[in-house]
Structure formats: C-alpha cells, structure tokens
Design a protein around this ligand. Structure first.
Ligand code: SF4
Length: 567
C-alpha cells in the first residue's frame, strides 16, 4: 500500500510515557531554561538554544494505562527532579513503616529475624506507578510538552547513514487482512534530532535499534522476569498500611528464580504479586499459575482471607542489570529506563534509576543542542554521565546478582552474601557463561514430564485463585478485534510440529493472558496455533521466552491494550 504520510518536525521525541521519559522531558525543560539563562548572563559558554519542540508518544489510551509495577519507590531521583514533589501533589500511596522477609516452605512461613539490607524500605513510598505517571504527565503538559496518547511508535526512521531521525506512528483503521477501513488514518512521521526510547521492558523499538546498531555487542544478553500482580481489598486488620513483605521459596523450585511481594496500601488495599524468572528450565512452568499457587500458601492466604480481588496485571521486568545494559546511545538516539536494563534486581527497584537515567539523558540532549551535534560524538556523554552518577554506584556492586540465580537459589544466596560483603568483587558458584538468554535455558519436555503435577492443587476457585480469563477481565483489556494480529509468529509450522513435540507449546503457559492456544484443526488433523490477541496485556513475555524466538511483538492499533489505571 502506497501511503502518503504527514511529516511533523520536532526537536526531541520520547517514545513511551513511563517514568524515565516523563522525567526526561520535564528535566529537559528545566535544564534548557537554566542553560539559556546562564549563557545569556555570560556565566556559561555556548549558545542560547531557545524553546524546543518536544513530543511524547504513548501507545496506551492515556498516560498510565500501560504502566504496571509493584511498587515501592525510592524517592532519591524524584526528589532530584522536583525537590518538593510531595507538596506538588505526587500521588504516593503510603510511606513504608515496616519491612519483613518471609521464607516460605510448602506449609510454613519463616519470618527472617533480619531483613536483608537491600530489601529495607523504611522511608520509601508505596505507589501506584500508573498514578505517578499520570501525575508526571500533567506536570509535563503544564510545562508545554506535547503528549500524544494512542500514538504507538511502530517503526524507527533512519537516514542513509543509519542515524535515527525519528519514528513512524502506527496506522489506524486497518482491518484484520491488512486493508484500510472507512476510518483509516495513516501514521505520521515524527522527525526529531534526538529520539529517546523509554518503552519499558523489552521495548519493541529498542529491540530493533539494538539489533540494527549493534548496541548489544560485547554485552551479556538481557534477561527478564515476569511479574504477575493483583490488587486486593482485604478486611481491616488483615495487613497493615505501610507494611512491605518480600518472600522467597514456595512455590518456586530451587532452580527457578522467583519471589513474591505484599505491600499494604491505603484503605485496606494490598498489592500482591509474584515474579518468575523467564530463564526457567521446566517448559511446564506457568508464571501466572505460580502466582496463583503462591496465594494458596497458608501465610499468604491468611492475608487475603475475606478479601476481594480488584485488578489484575502482568509485566516483564528487565532484571539482568549492569552487565546486560546495551550501549545506551547511537546516532540520534538514546535508551533510558527499563529498556536500557537500569533495574536493580537485588533491590527489586527500578523507578528511581529510570527517572535518573531520563534526567541524565535530558542533560546530554541540552549539550547536543548546544553543539548542534546529534551524533554519537555528543550523545555518548549520556553513558559517561550514567557511569559517573549514583546509578553506577548502585548497579555495579550488584552486577552479578541475577547471573548467580542461573546456578540455582542456594548458590545465588551465597553469592549475594559474598557480593554484599565485597562490593561485588567476590563470587563463587557462578555459571560459566555468566548471563545466558532466558529462552536458551528452557529444557525439553521429555526431561520434565514428571513435574506435570505442579499446579494440581490450585483450584482456580475465583475466590482466592483465578484462571487467566477471569484475571484478564480484571485487567480491563480492550483491542479492536478487526485489526491485524500484533503478535507476529514468523513460522507457525514450527508451533504445530517441533515445538509441540519438543516443548509442548510453552506459549500456552508462559503467556499470562491466555493469548496462545493450540486448537485441533480437522482439515490438517493436528493441533495448530490460535492467537487470541485481544487478551494481550502487553507484558512482552512471548517475545522474550519463546524457545525458537519466532514471536515478534509489535504495537497494535493505538489505544488498545490493558487499563492499569491505579495499579
Ligand atoms: Fe504477554 Fe505476549 Fe501474552 Fe501479550 S501475547 S499477554 S505480550 S505473553
């Protein structure tokens, strides 16, 4: 289809309205004004830049719709961004008043006498990250930044020298077969001197850019976990507001990275969830079912007793940390936040590092406009700034944290202790290859048949435990059914043949939204892949965990997807 597209000339385009990009855009306005003032007064060398055209494009129907996190926020970065963030109305839910660490065995829960220091959260804030982003977006708009919800960035635009020159937003009004409908609206080309990718975990454009510009060369593969979360309202007295619990043990086996959380929020609401490493070996593992099983533990079930589930969501977490950071810049492009592996896996925190990365990107962009150079020559200063900031001081000492789990839970705990004592210098029991891409670790079904009983005691009774379809309903997911499927399976023949035999089609299990189904086809007399794409909660697990790497997640029509408001 030959489509004529509108071109909009911007100065800076931010892809994704998450904490990193919202902070970046806001900080850009501030440092730009400071720069110009200092230049005008003759205090700083350089040239006055003037006002920049800044746009943030967001695939969700509003800012916050696709934002999901636990979440406990370390305020260090938001305080740097806006020292009076509380006075300015940042919607934190509760201050953390107590921490606990529970080790769960099959029937017992042991409260650790000492909370491991990385998991101490007093003084931090329990937040709905979705709400915080909505609020940050208001601040951006007040500062004159254009935000375009329902505008997914579908493609990166390059010039003839592979310099990123902007993004193309997705077309609207295309039917399932790829034909334009009556409401067809072509995507626009947003041209920018600098494009900042802050799409969160496994950003679809960040993935393309990393491949095309070789940004992962010399780096370890990014590794991910899947967090599955519910919000519950529980009877008063079940769980205190401000209490933060992290768990280890049940239901994960010792070979699988996993752990749970319970955070006490206002009005007897608890945020509860479970994280499963997407580098598990057993193809029969189902991270959604792991979470449901977690809730059946007597110590967890007691927290939820008499309560009601309010909302559901699932999202991957880019968990590998420092060694798995891509090169953070290319000609015309910067990568911020979780797309750039800024999460601290040991502290299970990434909002503060995301915000800080955005701020450092903003400062780099001002330098680039000052010198009128948007190539790696100036944009490389972003990575230097990261390495000179407290982000490096925080992430470098825990650089081996996640890799150690690829040798199993016990060796990981020994490593964590050693690294804590030595600032990351000493480790033992590390896997030879250090980080291995998660999908490469999945083992064949034949080696795991005996574990098929893993979820036999989970009843999915819709009281305490929920099947995927019921949970998806609580994620408020909506996609127009008459649009091209946004999950591109490059070779469905593999699904019906090799994958069925070798791995038992693990997509049916690792997807937390029942998108993938193997359905009997009478004509071919075999089971074939059916994709219920409208259930998709945009977690990106399939793009990451598929053992053949033949699933490519692309942006659906703008506005489609989950509604994580308040999550
Ligand atoms: Fe997540 Fe993929 Fe399932 Fe969508 S289809 S919910 S991205 S695993």
């Amino acid at each position: 289809m030959n489509i004529e597209r509108e071109q909009l000339e911007m100065d800076v385009v931010f892809v994704g309205a998450g904490p990193a990009n919202l902070a970046a855009a806001l900080h850009l306005k501030t440092v730009l004004a400071e720069h110009d003032e200092l230049v005008e007064k003759g205090i700083k060398p350089g040239r006055k830049i003037g006002d920049l055209e800044i746009a943030i494009v967001e695939k969700g129907s509003f800012v916050g719709a696709h934002i999901l996190s636990g979440a406990v926020m370390d305020p260090i970065a938001i305080r740097e961004l806006m020292p009076d963030f509380l006075e300015q109305g940042c919607p934190v839910d509760s201050a953390v008043t107590s921490d606990a660490f529970w080790y769960l065995t099959e029937g017992r829960g042991i409260e650790a006498p000492i909370v491991p220091p990385p998991l101490k959260n007093k003084g931090k804030y329990i937040v709905s990250l979705s709400k915080v982003c909505e609020w940050l977006a208001e601040k951006c708009e007040e500062a004159g930044i254009n935000i375009f919800p329902e505008f997914p960035a579908a493609e990166v635009l390059y010039d003839e020298n592979d310099q990123v020159i902007g993004v193309r937003t997705g077309d609207k009004g295309i039917d399932r077969e790829g034909h334009p409908k009556g409401n067809f609206e072509p995507g626009v080309d947003l041209l920018a001197k600098v494009t900042v990718l802050g799409e969160g975990s496994r950003g679809s454009l960040a993935k393309q850019v990393m491949q095309r510009l070789g940004l992962m060369e010399g780096k370890e593969p990014q590794v991910f976990s899947l967090g599955v979360k519910e919000l519950w309202e529980v009877p008063a007295g079940n769980f205190e507001e401000g209490k933060v619990v992290h768990t280890l043990g049940f239901p994960s086996d010792t070979d699988t990275y996993g752990g749970g959380w319970i955070y006490g929020m206002k009005n007897n609401v608890v945020s509860i969830g479970y994280v499963t490493g997407l580098d598990y070996k057993d193809p029969l593992i189902d991270p959604h079912a792991e979470f449901q099983k977690f809730k059946t533990h007597p110590k967890i079930a007691a927290v939820l007793a008499g309560g009601k589930m309010l909302k559901y969501g699932a999202k991957t977490i880019n968990a590998g940390g420092y060694w798995t950071m891509p090169r953070l810049y290319g000609d015309g492009v910067l990568i911020v936040g979780e797309s750039g592996s800024f999460l601290n896996g040991q502290r299970i925190k990434g909002i503060h590092t995301a915000i800080k990365s955005g701020m450092l990107a903003a400062e780099t962009i001002v330098g680039a406009f000052d010198h009128e150079d948007f190539s790696v020559k100036t944009l490389r200063h972003y990575e230097e700034k990261v390495n000179l900031s407290w982000i490096y001081d925080e992430l470098h000492p825990v650089r081996n944290f996640h890799a150690a789990f690829q040798s199993g839970r016990w060796s990981a705990l020994v490593n964590t202790g050693l690294q804590f004592l030595t600032g990351g210098l000493a480790w033992g029991f590390m896997p030879k290859e250090h980080h291995v891409a998660g999908h490469e670790r999945m083992e064949k079904l034949a080696d795991h048949q005996n574990n098929g009983t893993r979820y036999e005691n989970v009843k999915f009774d819709k009281q305490l435990t929920f099947d995927k379809i019921t949970d998806v309903f609580h994620a408020g997911v909506a996609h127009d059914e008459d649009q091209p499927v946004h999950l591109h399976v490059l070779d469905p023949e593999i699904c019906a043949t090799r994958c069925a035999e070798e791995y038992g089609n693990p997509c049916q299990r690792f997807c937390p939204a029942a998108v993938y189904e193997m359905e009997f086809n009478a004509a071919t007399e075999r089971k074939e892949l059916k994709i219920n794409f409208s259930n998709c909660v945009h977690c990106k697990t399939c793009d990451i965990a598929d053992p053949y790497q033949i699933i490519n997640w692309v942006t659906p029509e703008g506005g489609g997807g989950p509604n994580f408001k308040g999550m």
